[in-house]
Design a protein around this ligand. Structure first.
Ligand SMILES: [Zn+2]
Length: 348
């Protein structure tokens, strides 16, 4: 179905207040919204990445959440969990994954404007560094290769078959999916080869949207009382690709590091990639529990009913595609898409 058709359907359903009805039906469930990067300097289309959202859309979402939900803080949620008491009706939690600098520069002022709490899941070893995540680096490299008209055959040598004359919007998802399925060594080798084809280093404008927070920014957000933090591993490795002897350094060491720097207990985790039984398994859930984590957020799309699963909490992911369109957002956050999937088996 085409996007404008989906948008029209969403608009009609919202006019009929289907989202309002579903919010009432699901009033005892917890909504967790996932964002990543937020930008304000680039117009839509120049950054065609799902994980980067224009600030105007974020503002629209926050306004909606503020009027239709009880937006709770991470501490409020974890105290409900520890004391085994229910969260308030229509509870919602706002999360940001990765720990990008624009969370401080662009999203934080908007959260303050609405006085809404949020949680940022930090890729701990990247905080305060100039490092970029491999998939963001891949995006920049591919974009540069296309601009420099690097021959498709050369790219294909490292990335596998590539359609001729495709743009970055088509090329990036194909390549990131292929690299995700490779081992970390192979992935890094391909990135290294691509760097030899296209030079992006020393171009701060290009890499700006993908840079990480500094610890000073983390501390300033913490002292506002609005922002809390959790662990998104040390280096954004999918936990399923870690060998058990790497668990300590990717899961436990980052927890200790944030606790030491900010002086608060850190006891929530967010899986990179996060698809249950693909990117993490029960053995990881058990390990998290044994190391003092009280819950973990996954990429399972859906609301959390009162009988939720503590170490695979579902979320609603919002990015720069149709998921951020306000009517679609209203339906999706009310549980409409997961309702279609689970109850009607409409979408598989
Ligand atoms: Zn992530």
């Amino acid at each position: 179905m085409k996007e404008d058709c989906k948008t029209k359907i969403a608009q009609t359903l919202c006019k009929l207040n289907i989202d309002g009805l579903l919010r009432w039906v699901n009033k005892n469930s917890l909504l967790v919204v996932t964002y990543h990067g937020v930008y304000d300097k680039f117009c839509r289309g120049t950054l065609p990445l799902f994980t980067h959202l224009h600030v105007d859309l974020l503002r629209e979402h926050l306004k909606f959440l503020k009027s239709n939900y009880n937006v709770i803080s991470l501490s409020e949620f974890t105290s409900c969990l520890k004391e085994r008491k229910p969260w308030p009706e229509r509870a919602a939690l706002i999360t940001f994954d990765d720990g990008l600098r624009n969370n401080y520069e662009v999203a934080f002022p908007v959260l303050k404007e609405f006085d809404l709490p949020a949680v940022i899941y930090l890729t701990v070893n990247y905080i305060g560094t100039d490092k970029l995540l491999w998939f963001d680096e891949l995006y920049l490299l591919l974009k540069k290769c296309l601009e420099d008209a690097v021959k498709t055959e050369l790219l294909a040598e490292y990335l596998g078959p590539i359609p001729d004359s495709c743009d970055i919007g088509e090329l990036y998802p194909i390549c990131s999916k292929r690299l995700k399925n490779k081992s970390i060594m192979e992935r890094m080798e391909i990135i290294k080869r691509l760097k030899q084809l296209a030079c992006i280093e020393g171009n701060p404008i290009l890499s700006e949207p993908f840079k990480f927070l500094s610890w000073e920014q983390v501390l300033e957000m913490k002292s506002s009382g609005l922002i809390e933090f959790g662990v998104h591993t040390a280096t954004h490795r999918m936990v399923s690709e870690l060998s058990p002897d790497e668990w300590e350094k990717e899961i436990v060491a980052p927890k200790n590091k944030i606790e030491k720097i900010i002086g608060n207990t850190i006891d929530t985790f967010c899986y990179p990639n996060g698809v249950p039984d693909v990117d993490f398994f029960q053995e990881h859930e058990k390990f998290l529990k044994s190391r003092g984590y009280v819950c973990a957020f996954s990429a399972h799309e859906g609301l959390n009913s009162p009988k939720y699963d503590q170490y695979r909490l579902g979320r609603i992911s919002v990015g720069s595609d149709i998921s951020s369109e306000i009517n679609f957002f209203r339906l999706n956050t009310a549980g409409f898409i997961s309702f279609l999937r689970t109850k009607l088996k409409f979408i598989t």
